[in-house]
Design a protein around this ligand. Structure first.
Ligand SMILES: [Zn+2]
Ligand SMILES: [Zn+2]
Ligand SMILES: [Zn+2]
Ligand SMILES: [Zn+2]
Length: 221
């Protein structure tokens, strides 16, 4: 029925294009597979080479112990703390919400990392949501909220204690992103019973050298 409405030479061209297409796709698939196989074998070679050199090239002393600690820490706390980034200085696992690196004490250790949030605070560069009025992490200046719509988010686990606000909060927020009041209730870390002596927020005493929330040194006795 299509042929009745279009000129024969156009129909012929279309027919060819349709016929050519599967072959092209087939060729593309082979090329793509070849490139993929090549990448894989290169990665394998690299792994083998680094394994061979690994025993001779001793990295910084204690670094493998540190790696082990970080891995164990991540296994236990990554989901709770969202420590998906690396410290800018020591490369230890850190979260955007942290004020200091719990391993080396560096300020705003995840700064510059790609946030999962749709926007970032111009002052501290931490991720913010477009319906917030303020940065929840740094008491920066107010934003021009891009929308008056409220977006739900499964990371909201608590509520602002300001009775006129009562808006939802995410873990480890310092300030309410809606009314800018300081979050009063100290945050706890699920799975860790220790608290920082200075700020009262939860710490992972077995692992941390510094409180990630106020930079107080953690004494492990
Ligand atoms: Zn660090
Ligand atoms: Zn900020
Ligand atoms: Zn509030
Ligand atoms: Zn603290």
């Amino acid at each position: 029925k299509l042929q009745e409405r279009i000129r024969p030479e156009v129909a012929e061209m279309l027919r060819k294009a349709i016929q050519l297409d599967p072959a092209d796709r087939y060729k593309n698939a082979i090329e793509r597979y070849a490139a993929f196989a090549e990448l894989q074998s290169r990665a394998r070679k690299q792994r083998r080479a680094s394994k061979r050199n690994g025993s001779k090239k001793t990295a910084k002393p204690g670094s493998s112990w540190r790696q082990l600690q970080w891995r164990e820490f991540q296994r236990q706390f990554r989901a709770e703390l969202d420590t998906r980034h690396q410290c800018r200085r020591c490369e230890g696992p850190v979260a955007e919400s942290m004020k200091a690196c719990p391993w080396c004490g560096f300020d705003n250790p995840a700064r510059g990392a790609t946030t999962r949030m749709p926007a970032h605070c111009p002052r501290c560069e931490r991720g913010v949501k477009i319906d917030w009025n303020y940065c929840a992490w740094c008491y920066g200046p107010g934003f021009e909220a891009e929308t008056t719509r409220r977006y739900s988010d499964k990371r909201y686990v608590s509520k602002c204690s300001n009775t006129r606000c009562k808006q939802p909060l995410m873990p480890f927020m310092r300030y309410c992103p809606w009314c800018r009041s300081k979050v009063k209730r100290p945050w706890k870390i699920p799975g860790s019973k220790h608290k920082c002596k200075a700020c009262n927020w939860g710490i992972v005493k077995e692992y941390w050298n510094f409180c990630a929330w106020c930079r107080e040194p953690v004494k492990r006795t």
